[in-house]
Structure formats: structure tokens, C-alpha cells
Design a protein around this ligand. Structure first.
Ligand code: BMA
Length: 822
């Protein structure tokens, strides 16, 4: 097979005026216009509003390319486009080649008759997706509503494009267009392989791998198919018809090394190469079994994942596209985010239905890092049409994505959509005429998506919607903690206290979240120094939840003394977020095996904004992400006040028992230990145990005067945790004087901060403004007499940035709870 890569330099033409600028492919309109100085940065200030016109225009991408007589001599020649976003008309040398209307489909057009030897021109005209959606809305016999957000492009649910491009409650409205993913010409007179995928059969000491190669033959005939797996090659001759074929080959891997999720073992990957008629496709596969366990039990319907026969407690977050501008979604950015997820002991991310089927890089990295993927199909928070054209388009999309992605060992589950089942009750139209919309829903979700996935990937289960009570259950599972997965949003959207997290016992909580502000440096970059106030217009512009700032502020008043000054406000918002999610996850982890998964909303951001993310747009960790590294640790030590008692629990996710010693000390706010006990700990693999239960009154007569400091010593690590007996605001904390000394890391490229205090200090947080990097720990309790050394690794994954000690000292600031008020 021969190819001509068409990535690289193109020109972008604004059709209405003929004005043009350079554009990089793969890329998008907005990135090209920004690079050319035609628009201002939509992430700064309120510029987003000033670029809305871009999405309402038509744009043409255009370039020239050369074709050799050799290439032209091949029997079949096609144009292959991995992602055209979205409503596109393609022409070569002035002749129409085809049209596209779904950004999630790989488009292929026969182009042999349009090409000539020497110079050729290709043009791809992108019609405004927003206008196409409006036209479509007018054609529909009845309205198909979707969720509404502050800055938004309407009717996004009528076009097959990344749904959050149209604006979300954390994202800008940037209706980008463009050629994303690979674009190339291919030519062959033999065979083109379209998809390679495998099925595994595990037995003692061996794994049988059946390889399928979907291919298109230019000519009928006998061909040799060769597959190499783990260095061993098997061949056979097959007879192929002209057009579509699916030959298969059987291979065996002796003594396979199995793939494990992060925290459970290694992630060995095997190289697989398949060749037919000179076309070779290579990939890496992982050998493992993965099952979704849905069992009717005393509580309802269980939901857990079992990998290689081991029940996995799924720990992770929800993933949204890592940038609102597709051109910036680089492998390096994905690598940084996914490394951060793995560093916080995550073993699952949910690729959420309002985003995209991610790039190959994303799944390759998840394979390498042991991060299982819960893969939604790209439908979210809306009702969708079930016109024949729409269903046909979705069918094509799902069939393509299933075959593209099904070989990734990380991919654990296909899910029909995000919250569309629940959305049936959101809109007046669907409440008034539920039957009509349920039929639409079912035609699309079971009739097309579920059926196509069953067929294209029989190795994985299909989960109808997140949340849901399973296939065939059409109730709104939003608040049902007995069956399947739930989204628990009462603490944010309904303003319930953090303790409400303890009132539900989810089987699997696939969404729950709490907002915070991004760091001061992020805020300064979009708001400027003159708007450092939560309700300044530019700050409100970067807060897409209409009540977001009010919810954050109101919650402060429940737990904390009201913070003074903007910097304290921002810091406390991050402490509060970390506390909210920690409250939920510590509790739900201790409920295992009733609960077997927690995925908080959300890991990342698409632009700099106040949101539920634990990692802000730049890749910088919020305090929640540091907290996640502790509350998602394989062995968790947690204290809970339950009624008039205090319970101390340990949760062990490991495949081996956890043994160690625990010390529980009641300390007053001057740092004096009032009571102390120490006891051995032994927790069997994959279980939770209550270690001690004490009457609160026996620990402390006045809950406002002290706190519980927990320390767990195991062979390989020491873990500490703290528990307050009442709200922080009720406690008279001592104005602790935290001292920091910055020292160079012996030998390494890191820096160490040595911390001491003269009184207990809570949520002690270090920040090195403007210096990318991560601290070894953050947002922790510091007590007198126990100094801490906290390492700082500069650079965001792989970057060589290395500050001098003087620069670091200048950038370093330290905050703790008592600092936020006088
Ligand atoms: C969830 C998600 C998103 C949304 C988030 C915060 O339910 O599915 O649609 O951004 O809530 O409101």
C-alpha cells in the first residue's frame, strides 16, 4: 500500500470574504485564526464572546499536493480522513469527491478518477455547524431539547460533533471546525487492512489469541496473511473476494504475562503486527480478562469490575477533552494528565459522553499506565433524534469506534451515553409526551448503539447509560444507590452538606463533584490583576455554573470561618473541594464490597475556569489532586464520627494483606497529646475493616478543643490522617507559625522544603507560583515536633525547566487554615 500524507501546511479561507491565513493540519479554525492574529485569545478575559462569529461562518481548508504516475497506476486510490469536524464538502481539482457530516466517523472517498500526475488541489469546505444544526431543528417534526448553558450554540444534539464545543457548565462555546486526526491518500492494487482486532481465550499457562483482519481487496485472489505476536509469526494463505473480507488467524502465547490495572500489577504489552498483500498494521495488545459483575443481591444490583479474576475497586475520575481547541490536544498534554491520574492511584477514567472518542495516544497511554477506560458513546445531557439519517450516521460512527478501540486492554466498558436516560425527565416537552421521547431514546440507544456494540465487540458488556440500573431498566437511576451506577450531585446541585455523602451507599458512583477556583496564577492570566474578586465580571465569565460562586461561598459559612481576602478565598475553595470529595470517597471506600467504584467529576479542564476539576487547565494540580493521592492510596486509614462514636477504619485494595501499626492520638490545638493509643492492624486483601470504635466522650469531653491524629506504619510506608470532631469554624485554632526552609535536593534535580510549626496547622499547602511542578505532598496536617520534608519536582512531565533555589524561594508561598482569617 502506498500513502501520501496530507498533514501539514494548509490555507484557511473565510468563505464570506476570501481572506485567508495559514492553517496547520491536524488542527482547527480557531487555532489557525489565533496564530495568524485574526482573533484574540478566547481563554483570556471575555474574548470568547468576541469570537462567536467564527462558528457561524463557512471556512475552506485548501492545499496542493503532488501525485506520482506510480501512485496513480494503482487500482484503488482513496482519500482517508480520520476526523472532519463536521459538515464538510470535499473536492479535488474542482470536482466534488464527497460529503461528511459526522466528526466521529472515519471517512474514505474513492478519488482515483479525480487525480492527475503532478500537482493537484484539495479543498474541504466546512459549512457552519451551528447553522446546520439550526436548519435541522426547523426540519424536525417536534422539538428535541438539550441542556442549556450560559454561553451556548443551540441544537448541538442534532449534529454529530463534540457536544461540549457548544458550551457547557465548565466550558466555553467554541464551535471549531477543521481537519482533525490524520488525513492521507492511500493506493493499492492488492489489499487495504481497515481494522485489526483480537479475541483472547485464557487457559492455564497459555492464552489463545484469534486475530481478525477486516480488509478490502482491490482484486480477488489468494493472499498470504501473516501475524506476528510477541516475536512469533504465523502465516496462512487465504482466498479473498474483491471488496470486504475478514480473514482470521489463531495464535497462542505460552505463559502469558497478564495486564493489570494500576496498583494491582504490571502492564505488559505485546506487539502485534498483521500483514496482508503488503499492507501491514501494527499495534500493542494486553492479555487479560475483564468482566462487569452485575449480580442481584440483598441490596439490589451490584456493579463491579473483575480483572483476571480479581475484583477491582475502581478509583478515578471523569475525563473531558483536555482542551477546547482540538489542535492543542497533544500527546504531551495527555501524557502529563494521565501520569497525574496514575500518580494519584487512579485505575479508571470515564471518557465522558459530552466529549470525544479520544485519540489513539490516549488509549495507548491508558494501556501503559493501567488506567481502565469506561467509554461513553458521545451523547450527553440531551434528547436525540431518531430520524433514519441520524440513526444511520450513528451506526457508522459506533461501528467504526468499536473496531478502532476494542483491542485496548484498558478499555473496560462501553456505555451508551451520559445522563440521557435521566434527561427524559428534564424537559417540559418530554415530561408532557414521554412515550414519544422514550421511543426515540430506545431506537437510538438499544436499537442502534447497543446492537452495533454487541456485534462489533462481543468481548465487552454494554452499559446502557450513566447512570443506569442496567440493560432493560428505564428508570432514572440518578438517585438510586441500590442498582448499577449512580451520579450523586446532591451536595453540589442541591446544596446538601458534606455529610449527605454518607447517607447513600452507591454500588458504583460514576459522578459526584465539588467546584473550586483554579490557582492564583491561572486567575491572573485570564482576569488580570485588576479583577481579583470572585464576582468581578471576568471572574463570573470564567465560572459557568450560574450559582457556582454562591454555592462555594455559602458552603464556607457552614464549615469554616469566612476567609478574608481574595487569596484566602481561592485557597479555601480548593481546601473545601478536597474535603468534599475526600468525605465521599473515604466513606464509600469503607463500604466495599457494597460499593466498588468512585469516579469523581472531573479530572481536567478544557480552558482556565472555576470548575469541579482536580487538575487545572495548565496541568497544575489543585489541592484536590494531592488529596486524591492520599484518599485513593491502596491502603487507606480513615476516621469517622458516627453518632456519638468515633470509628477508625482501614481499607486494603491490595492483592495481599496489609499489616502494620496504627497510632491514634487526641491532640489539642496547642499540640499537646491528651490521649494516645496504639494497636496492630491486619486487613485481608481486598477488604475494609473497622480497627477501633471509641465513644466520642471518652476521647474528648469538649469536641471543639482537639482533633484526632492518625498514623499508620506499614513496612513500605507511613500514612497519616486527621479527624475533627466538629466543624472547623467551631474550633479556636492556634495561629500556627509555619516555617519553611528551602534546600537543594542532594544529587537530584529536585528541591526540598523543610517545614516546622509551633502549633498544629491544618491543610498546610505549598505553592510555587509560576513554576510548573509537583510537590511530594500537599494540603496536610503539620504538628509541632514532627517536621516534614516535602520534595518538589520541577517541570511538567518531561520538561527540563529547573528553577534556581533563589527563584523557587521567591515563588514559594505557604498557607494553612488558620491563615485565612484574623
Ligand atoms: C454532570 C456531567 C456534566 C456536568 C456536571 C456538572 O452530571 O455529566 O454534564 O458538567 O454534571 O454539572
Amino acid at each position: 500500500m502506498k500513502t501520501i500524507d496530507l498533514a501539514g501546511d494548509w490555507r484557511l479561507v473565510r468563505v464570506a470574504t476570501g481572506r485567508s491565513c495559514p492553517a496547520h493540519v491536524p488542527g482547527d479554525t480557531h487555532s489557525a485564526l489565533l496564530a495568524a492574529g485574526e482573533i484574540s485569545d478566547p481563554y483570556v478575559g471575555t474574548n470568547e464572546l468576541a469570537v462567536q462569529w467564527v462558528g457561524r461562518e463557512d471556512w475552506e481548508y485548501r492545499r496542493e499536493f503532488a501525485v506520482s504516475p506510480d501512485f496513480l497506476a494503482e487500482e484503488e486510490i482513496w482519500l482517508s480522513c480520520d476526523c472532519l469536524d463536521t459538515i464538510a464538502e470535499i473536492s479535488i481539482n474542482g470536482k466534488a469527491v464527497g460529503r461528511a457530516d459526522n466528526a466521529f466517523v472515519r471517512w474514505r472517498f474513492d478519488v482515483k478518477r479525480h487525480l492527475r500526475a503532478g500537482k493537484n488541489t484539495i479543498r474541504i469546505l466546512f459549512r457552519s455547524a451551528e447553522k446546520a444544526a439550526e436548519t435541522e431543528a426547523k426540519r424536525l417534526p417536534y422539538p428535541i431539547p438539550h441542556s442549556l448553558y450560559p454561553v451556548q450554540s443551540p441544537h448541538r444534539n442534532l449534529i454529530r460533533k463534540v457536544q461540549c464545543h457548544s458550551g457547557w457548565d465548565w466550558g466555553p462555546c467554541l464551535m471549531v471546525a477543521g481537519i482533525q486526526g490524520d488525513i492521507s491518500l492511500g493506493a493499492t492494487s492488492t489489499v487495504r487492512i481497515d481494522y485489526v482486532y483480537t479475541e483472547q481465550r485464557h487457559s492455564k499457562g497459555a492464552c489463545g489469541v484469534r486475530v481478525f483482519a477486516e480488509c478490502t481487496a482491490a482484486r480477488a485472489g489468494a493472499y498470504e496473511i501473516a501475524a506476528t505476536l510477541g516475536g512469533k509469526t504465523t502465516r496462512k494463505t487465504v482466498s479473498l473476494a474483491k471488496g470486504f473480507n475478514r480473514p482470521q488467524l489463531d495464535l497462542v502465547v505460552e505463559n502469558p504475562r497478564v495486564w493489570w490495572p494500576n496498583g494491582y500489577g504490571e502492564q505488559p504489552l505485546y506487539d502485534l503486527a498483521v500483514e496482508i498483500g503488503g499492507h501491514q498494521v501494527s499495534k500493542r495488545i494486553g492479555l487479560r480478562t475483564v468482566e462487569l459483575v452485575n449480580r442481584e443481591d440483598m441490596v439490589g444490583l451490584s456493579m463491579s469490575f473483575r480483572v483476571n479474576g480479581v475484583s477491582i475497586f475502581c478509583k478515578g475520575a471523569n475525563w473531558i477533552p483536555c482542551d477546547a481547541l482540538p489542535q492543542r490536544q497533544s500527546r504531551a498534554r495527555l501524557e502529563a494528565l494521565l501520569s497525574s491520574a496514575a500518580a494519584a492511584h487512579m485505575n479508571m477514567l470515564r471518557a465522558w459522553g459530552g466529549g470525544r472518542y479520544e485519540s489513539d495516544d490516549f488509549y495507548d497511554l491508558c494501556d501503559e499506565k493501567g488506567i481502565m477506560v469506561w467509554q461513553d458513546m458521545m451523547f450527553s445531557c440531551a434528547l436525540y433524534p431518531s430520524t433514519l439519517a441520524f440513526l444511520a450516521s450513528v451506526e457508522r460512527e459506533v461501528r467504526h469506534q468499536a473496531r478502532r478501540l476494542r483491542d485496548h486492554p484498558s478499555l473496560a466498558l462501553w456505555c451508551g451515553n451520559n445522563e440521557d436516560l435521566g434527561a427524559l425527565t428534564w424537559f417540559p416537552e418530554s415530561r408532557a409526551n414521554r412515550d414519544r421521547y422514550v421511543v426515540d431514546y430506545d431506537r437510538l440507544n438499544e436499537g442502534v448503539i447497543g446492537r452495533a456494540l454487541d456485534e462489533c465487540d462481543p468481548t465487552r458488556p454494554f452499559w446502557p447509560s450513566s447512570p443506569s440500573g442496567g440493560r432493560g431498566d428505564y428508570s432514572d437511576n440518578w438517585h438510586d444507590d441500590s442498582r448499577g451506577d449512580m451520579h450523586y450531585w446532591s451536595v453540589w446541585h442541591e446544596g446538601k452538606p458534606f455529610s449527605a455523602y454518607r447517607e447513600v451507599s452507591p454500588r458504583f458512583c460514576s459522578e459526584f463533584g465539588y467546584q473550586s477556583f483554579p490557582s492564583l496564577e491561572a486567575i491572573r492570566a485570564y482576569a488580570g490583576d485588576g479583577s481579583l474578586n470572585p464576582t468581578a465580571p471576568v471572574m463570573e465569565h470564567h465560572q459557568r455554573h450560574p450559582r457556582g460562586n454562591s454555592i462555594i461561598t455559602e458552603m464556607f459559612t457552614r464549615y469554616f470561618r469566612v476567609p478574608e481576602g481574595f487569596e484566602s478565598f481561592v485557597y479555601l475553595s480548593q481546601v473545601q473541594q478536597a474535603l468534599a470529595i475526600r468525605t465521599a470517597i473515604e466513606w464509600w471506600r469503607h463500604l466495599r464490597p457494597t460499593c466498588m467504584g468512585t469516579l469523581y467529576w472531573q479530572l481536567d479542564d478544557t480552558w482556565p475556569v472555576c470548575s469541579w476539576s482536580s487538575i487545572e487547565y495548565s496541568g497544575k494540580w489543585k489541592l484536590l489532586h494531592y488529596a486524591a493521592r492520599r484518599f485513593y492510596a491502596p491502603v487507606l486509614l480513615a476516621g469517622f464520627v458516627v453518632g456519638d462514636s468515633v470509628e477508625i477504619w482501614a481499607v486494603n485494595d491490595r492483592r495481599e494483606p496489609a499489616v502494620g501499626r496504627v497510632q491514634a492520638a487526641v491532640m489539642d490545638f496547642a499540640g499537646k497529646i491528651i490521649r494516645k493509643e496504639s494497636f496492630p492492624m491486619g486487613v485481608p486483601a481486598g477488604s475494609a475493616r473497622m480497627l477501633r470504635k471509641r465513644r466520642l466522650a471518652s476521647l474528648t469531653p469538649v469536641p471543639e478543643r482537639s482533633f484526632l491524629l492518625l498514623t499508620m506504619e506499614m513496612e513500605d510506608e507511613t500514612v497519616t490522617s486527621e479527624l475533627f470532631f466538629t466543624e472547623y469554624k467551631r474550633c479556636d485554632l492556634a495561629p500556627a507559625n509555619v516555617r519553611a526552609e528551602v534546600i537543594a535536593h542532594a544529587g537530584g534535580r529536585g528541591i526540598t522544603v523543610s517545614l516546622t510549626t509551633d502549633a498544629p496547622a491544618f491543610f498546610v499547602s505549598l505553592d510555587a507560583e509560576g513554576i510548573p511542578g509537583e510537590f511530594a505532598d500537599n494540603c496536610f496536617t503539620l504538628v509541632p515536633g514532627t517536621p516534614r520534608l516535602i520534595g518538589f519536582i520541577p517541570g511538567v512531565h518531561g520538561s527540563e525547566a529547573r528553577p534556581t533555589l533563589a527563584q523557587f524561594r521567591k515563588a514559594l508561598s505557604i498557607r494553612h487554615l488558620r491563615d485565612t482569617y484574623r
